[in-house]
Design a protein around this ligand. Structure first.
Ligand SMILES: [Zn+2]
Length: 256
């Protein structure tokens, strides 16, 4: 996984920090050197489900339908996990108690789904309606290796995106404070795991969806189109183009 990173050392001497592209993996941690040779350590601070949505979107853009469907499916499961943690925090359950419970369901997605549905009910007093078409398609891809045609993959990813967005809207409506607390705790863990590093930068992905950003996308199609536009600039590997794009979006948000 690649993302764009600012160099804090360059940032001390220039008006705009030097930006460059670096790899990160499951620990959401970047250890790299900027183009001028400064060592850079950074944390990608997005929740895991947003990272998986990004890699799924990358696959969609490239026409890799199986990989896209698999990544979106994983994003859905991690979104339920994240939501359960946030909802239980809203109910006063501490992180340690949550972890003690979760270890008995960490390898079983059906148990995790049941925990989410129950926690959702406890907080909102309403039942969450799952999209029943998602598991069948997902099982054909994950367990039978089905390589879906583009239209089916796009439709599946759109359904998953809508369900994740629905879950996130519940959290944004009922648990704003707890969303930030859970994300902050996770990133504190990542920083703690970087013991010995004195200067750690933070990075936010240009993800297809961000639970902490406003406004949220109107639809999957508009979100994917915006992401595709960003990837086209990314593939040119041109920092100046990227900076222009970011400034343009900043102005749009200011005017909205
Ligand atoms: Zn530098």
């Amino acid at each position: 996984m690649k993302t764009i990173v600012p160099c804090p050392t360059c940032g001390e001497s220039e008006d705009t920090p030097t930006l460059f592209f670096a790899d990160y993996y499951d620990d959401h941690t970047i250890r790299a050197q900027c183009p001028l040779g400064h060592p850079v350590v950074a944390i990608v601070q997005n929740p895991k489900f947003e990272t998986l949505l990004e890699t799924g979107s990358d696959s969609l853009v490239l026409g890799q339908t199986l990989q896209a469907s698999a990544a979106f499916s994983s994003a859905r499961e991690r979104a339920f996990e994240f939501a359960t943690q946030v909802l239980l925090r809203r109910l006063g359950i501490s992180r340690d108690v949550y972890r003690a419970m979760f270890k008995d369901m960490s390898s079983q997605s059906e148990r995790q789904l049941g925990a989410f549905l129950t926690a959702h009910l406890a907080v909102t007093k309403t039942a969450f309606t799952l999209n029943q078409s998602i598991p069948k398609f997902r099982n054909n891809v994950i367990h039978k290796g089905k390589i879906p045609p583009p239209d089916e993959a796009l439709s599946f990813c759109s359904s998953v995106f809508d369900e994740i967005r629905l879950v996130c809207e519940v959290l944004r409506a009922h648990c704003r404070e707890q969303i930030g607390a859970v994300i902050l705790e996770k990133n504190s863990d990542r920083v703690r795991d970087l013991k010995g590093s004195t200067r750690i930068a933070t990075v936010s992905l240009f993800s297809i969806y961000s639970i902490t950003s406003d406004p949220t996308p109107d639809s999957f199609e508009s979100a994917l189109e915006k992401y595709r536009e960003w990837k086209q600039l990314f593939s040119e590997n041109s920092v100046s183009s990227l900076m222009y794009f970011l400034q343009k979006n900043h102005k749009k948000q200011e005017n909205s």
